[in-house]
Design a protein around this ligand. Structure first.
Ligand SMILES: [Zn+2]
Length: 183
């Protein structure tokens, strides 16, 4: 269930959600998925709620993401976006959850896009740029290629400006600037 104060950052989801009564969505122990087919999007709700017997801990979240993977695979879903999940403890915080998504979907071809909107702190943005620029896959690409890679997973305002600034201060890129054309 989406709490009322939750900001839906994915505009497509926001558009679909305003026409439905979220209170009608019911989950059970056997069925944690509720789908709304709103061409061209399929909106899937997953019932992730803490109860007395299952507190919202890292394991519960991990199992939920695994469930989502199974759901995607059996429904032949090859890409989906989700809003940012952020639990109250360091083990359930957004960086951990992002790592879980990456780990669980690593061996699949499913593209997971996490809509984070304005909720990222600048430290988080720096960390994300780092992961997409300094990693072996990132390979210290130039601004446009780094932005392109980032946009597979993220989107935020002034992303390009942030990446430009980041690369301008990336030691390795600056060192190689004289003999490697960065793009
Ligand atoms: Zn670099």
């Amino acid at each position: 269930m989406i709490p009322e104060d939750k900001i839906i950052t994915n505009p497509a989801v926001r558009e679909v959600i305003k026409n439905i009564d979220l209170n009608k969505i019911q989950f059970s122990d056997t069925n944690k998925f509720y789908t709304i087919d709103s061409e061209p999007n399929l909106l899937v709700f997953y019932g992730l709620k803490p109860t007395h017997t299952t507190p919202l801990n890292a394991e519960v979240i991990y199992l939920a993401i695994n469930d989502i993977k199974t759901f995607c695979m059996s429904n032949k879903i090859n890409a989906f976006s989700t809003n940012k999940l952020d639990g109250p403890t360091s083990l359930t915080g957004y960086p951990r959850i992002r790592t879980m998504f990456r780990h669980i979907f690593k061996a699949t071809d499913i593209v997971v896009k996490i809509y984070v909107g304005q909720q990222l702190t600048s430290e988080e943005k720096q960390q994300i740029i780092y992961e997409h620029h300094n990693s072996p896959l990132g390979g210290h690409s130039g601004v446009s290629r780094t932005v392109k890679r980032l946009k597979l997973n993220y989107n935020w305002r002034h992303m390009k400006k942030d990446v430009k600034y980041y690369i301008k201060h990336c030691e390795l890129c600056q060192k190689n600037k004289s003999h490697v054309k960065t793009n």
